[in-house]
Design a protein. Sequence first.
Length: 310
Amino acid sequence: MKWMEISLTVSREDLEAVSEIFESFGTGGVVIEDPALIYEVISGGSRETVAMDISGVDPEAPPLVKGYLQADSSLDKTLSGLLDTLGGISRSYPQGVTLREVEDEDWMNRWREYYHPFRVGSRLMVKPTWEKVEAGEDFLVIEMDPGMAFGCGTHSSTSMCMRLLEDVVSGGEYVIDVGAGSGILAITAVKLGAAGALAVDTDAGAVRTARENVSINGLSEAITVMEANLLEGIDTGADIIVANIVADVILTLIPAAVSLLKTGGAFITSGIISGRSGELENALTSHGLVIKKVLREGEWTAFLAEKAYE
């Protein structure tokens, strides 16, 4: 299948608005190449360390937004609407758009350019399958090949979930990962000591990727990956449910999650734009959950809530 890669360099002030416009025209998500964030994520803020991995990248450069549309008969009409809408933000943006036709495989391999081993929280290291890192006594290695599935650990919403899993996994728990993407959160939970996990996603491609990553980490017996719409058809109780999705989907998910959570169980939610964090907090507490911890990074918020004892 052929895709059209749409790229646009934007100001940091316009980054969120442009990303939303890309998604509204059917990109299904965006790739943001932010040199400053790359330095921060990989080196913990040390630009000198990252320079060895990403020579020639200017950490002061503006971010680049990329989206992908299927190169089909509707492409021209979609692009025309996208460019008109971008022009409403800045007259220079339509002229700044670059287009490139890519194959599925080319798109997937773009991850490899900037994806290097990095630490998350106090006990975890995420590394791509194509790089070698010796496991240290003070951290657990999670091997990932995200392909086109969301969740390689670099995004704030994913890393905050991983840190919250560090807080709540003490050993022996059963975990459900809703909207699993690459499977990184289910893998993290079991690496931390959970007895087992169920990873679910609506996207067949994500399910395939998650299964591959589970196998790469040697956890196929502990983690089940299935294609499902949120928690539909699932009746197994859970000690921990984690959902790194978006606010609207989490709002829909809360009642089912509460019904499956064991008393005292943890519900971790992320992927929430900070402007909607109050709405999510109210929804969680109105369903009998107690907010135990809130993490914020940039525009993103994550909650750790507990199902109260009766």
